[in-house]
Design a protein around this ligand. Sequence first.
Ligand SMILES: *Cc1c(COP(=O)(O)O)cnc(C)c1O
Length: 222
Amino acid sequence: MTSSISESIAAIRASLPASVRLIAVSKHKPIELMREAYSAGIRDFGESRIQEAASKQTQLQDLPDITWHFLGNLQSNKAKKALELFDWIHSVDNLPIAQRLDTLAQQLGVSPLVCLQVKILPDPNKSGWMIPELLADLPTLNQYKNLQIQGLMTIPPRGLDDGEIVNVFHRTHQLAQEIASQNWTRIKMQHLSMGMSGDYQWAVKAGATMVRLGTILFGQRT
Ligand SMILES: *Cc1c(COP(=O)(O)O)cnc(C)c1O
């Protein structure tokens, strides 16, 4: 019997450069499908809700080598739980939450890997820094000793045409290069978390190092 998840994973993996990390976004999907993805070689799972992730991690304790990625909007009162559950937080989207994560990380004795979520275009439906605000906040972000800032994350606004989406990814890459050239002591720009099921091929062409794929692996979320 063939499994469509393992086939999708194999096909997508084969189409990606070896250096690009494939994060399987399993939000709203049952753990049976996650086990199937695991069997097909997936070791990176993305979730966007703390409660759901906590429950899944308990049920998947027998799979010890999973890297967990948090992708959702992070409320301040969930920050501690996020640090306990996740290796990566892709969606650090403002200075107060970054500060809070840094303080809590120190208390917990952890050094989370994080991306700074940036909005290249204004988008009322998404959180994240606009470019000028991010550049202005870098000196403060560079002081957070417990966060390992690894790069940028972006999600293009809905409704863009293909050329505009490509442009968003290129500008995100350029922004990362600009920040890298400033030689911050703590802020690293080694990763670009960009690309979802509908646009990941363009993101990879623009330099994505991590793609976050849900629908194309697991089917539509209900
Ligand atoms: C849900 C989600 C994804 C996956 O989206 P698909 O279109 O299903 O691939 C990727 N990134 C983030 C931040 C998400 O919330």
